[in-house]
Design a protein around this ligand. Structure first.
Ligand SMILES: Nc1ncnc2c1ncn2[C@@H]1O[C@H](COP(=O)(O)OP(=O)(O)OP(=O)(O)O)[C@@H](O)[C@H]1O
Ligand SMILES: [Mg+2]
Length: 479
């Protein structure tokens, strides 16, 4: 390309050339200054080996702009490639994310065909948003799908993404996104024309601080300098982005909500959680590595049966305060539950009298076959009625105290771990301000709403405390 040609070249062609050459000044330098972090992000996106890039971790750091710009240029430069941008809800994609894309198109000279109103021109690259199927279609055959990552009880394993094939992808506002979605989407990239163009399977992730998978998969390892070479975290604050409206910083500074301010303005990942939460987040994570907790003491079983709106049949096998999960399956029938329980009781040398199951109907059935096992009635009176609103709350508070004191160890799979961490995150106290009232935990239906599923692992752990609070006096039995 020589100087003369430059005069006649449309803006977008010039920008495409610059992008291809790795010269990102036309993006990051605005009249308000240079966004050095954004430069860093584009360099990481376009070169090197990294497969997952987490960018942001505070408000206003140019996360959305960076994502929209990167994927627009990739789509333009590599005909026929396919990308996704996913976030919790489709409405947010259609409103906020699409609007960022439109600004990006305008800024860099991409011809945008606005729905039915326009018809695509013949001689220039264009892009159109296909409203019905929620994707951006480029004239060169590339496309960017807008996908809702919301957890659906009818699709617990995110099988709806199982057949998708993408070149690369972007999870936007990942704090709202379930681990399962991230895990599945990782396997859906690198599957479309990557070899042809020499593009690596890359996942771009943008978020504000959130204590979920982002915290323990990215932030903590990054802080400890143990983040794998395939992952990268670029922390960007509002102050890093000179392109912000001048009042944005002020707005963040004037936030009254302390937790929000810590997260959004200071990018603090270790913000204080909800004061109603029973377990400290770090303590929950420690449960899986508490090697000092030794499998010594009474053998017990606590089982959450897959009945009445529950999702899974889970057996927890305890030795002292070390618990393993020998059985974990979706809905099981009465006979199967009985057989599985019997097997575990024999294999683990656990007596009937040290086995507790929830009482949603099946408990009584089982009790008639497995004589002497205990039925857990969560709503019944607490042992310590002065302090606790019911038995389940008493067991839950006992569990939380042990978790916070690092007295419990859970041995399980990575997938189970993720779920346990999520579930214990919704173990909260109600009426937290009423110091005098007997303590009670959030109702199950509210927990389900927060989680999008039934907290079955947590219930198993809570029931595991039954024999802790219900210590039989000498000469009597527990129930
Ligand atoms: N390279 C750029 N050129 C022009 N404007 C930019 C650029 N990067 C960011 N901006 C502008 O800076 C502001 C903040 O950027 P953006 O919305 O991408 O940040 P964010 O980190 O996604 O913020 P939030 O936390 O609010 O989601 C927006 O007004 C955006 O248009
Ligand atoms: Mg944003």
């Amino acid at each position: 390309m020589n100087g003369l040609d430059l005069l006649n070249i449309p803006l977008i062609e010039l920008n495409k050339e610059l992008f291809k050459r790795g010269d990102f000044d036309f993006i990051t330098i605005t009249e308000r200054g240079n966004n050095v972090k954004q430069q860093e992000a584009f360099k990481a996106l376009l070169s090197g080996d990294v497969r997952e890039i987490l960018y942001g971790g505070a408000a206003g750091g140019a996360k959305s702009w960076t994502g929209a710009t990167y994927f627009t240029f990739m789509a333009l430069l590599y005909p026929g490639t396919r990308y996704f941008v996913g976030r919790d809800k489709l409405t947010d994609l259609r409103n906020a994310t699409l609007s960022t894309f439109q600004k990006v198109f305008k800024t860099y000279g991409v011809h945008y065909v606005a729905g039915a109103k326009g018809s695509p021109p013949e001689d220039v690259d264009w892009v159109e948003y296909r409203e019905k199927d929620h994707y951006l279609e480029f004239s060169n055959g590339s496309r960017i799908d807008f996908i809702a990552l919301r957890f659906l009880p009818t699709d617990k394993m995110y099988e709806r993404f199982g057949s998708f094939e993408y070149t690369q992808g972007w999870i936007e506002e990942a704090g709202e996104v379930n681990f399962g979605a991230y895990d599945v989407l990782k396997s859906r990239i690198g599957r479309h024309l990557n070899d042809k163009y020499g593009l690596r399977p890359l996942l771009f992730i943008t978020c504000n601080p959130k204590k979920n998978w982002l915290y323990y998969e990215f932030y903590t390892p990054w802080k400890r300098k143990t983040l794998s070479a395939k992952r990268m975290f670029i922390q960007a604050f509002v102050q890093d982005n000179p392109a912000n409206e001048s009042t944005y910083l002020e707005q963040l500074q004037s936030l009254n909500d302390k937790v929000k301010k810590e997260r959004l303005l200071f990018g603090n990942w270790d913000y204080d959680d909800d004061p109603a939460a029973l377990c400290e987040f770090d303590a929950i994570c420690d449960m899986f590595t508490n090697a000092h907790v030794i499998a010594k003491g009474e053998k017990r079983i606590s089982a959450d049966l897959a009945m009445h709106g529950r999702d899974r049949f889970i057996i927890g096998a305890w030795t002292g305060m070390v618990v393993t999960i020998p059985v974990d399956k979706p809905l099981a029938k009465g006979k199967e539950i009985e057989t599985d329980l019997k097997k575990v009781m024999v294999a683990r040398a656990t007596p009937h009298s040290k086995t507790v199951v929830d009482s949603d109907g099946l408990g009584a059935y089982l009790e008639s076959y497995l004589v002497g096992i205990k039925e857990f009635h969560g709503g019944s009176r607490a042992i310590n009625i002065k302090d606790y609103g019911n038995l389940k709350s008493e067991c839950a508070f006992t569990l939380a105290a042990k978790i916070n004191n690092r007295e419990i160890r859970v041995i399980c799979t990575e997938e189970q771990k993720q779920k346990i961490i999520e579930e214990l995150g919704v173990l909260k106290r109600i009426d937290v301000d009423k110091d005098e009232a007997p303590k009670k935990i959030l109702q199950k239906k509210d927990m389900k709403e927060l989680l999008g599923r039934s907290p079955d692992y947590m219930d198993m752990l809570i029931m595991g405390m039954y024999f802790e609070v219900y210590r039989p006096r000498k000469g009597s039995t527990a129930a």
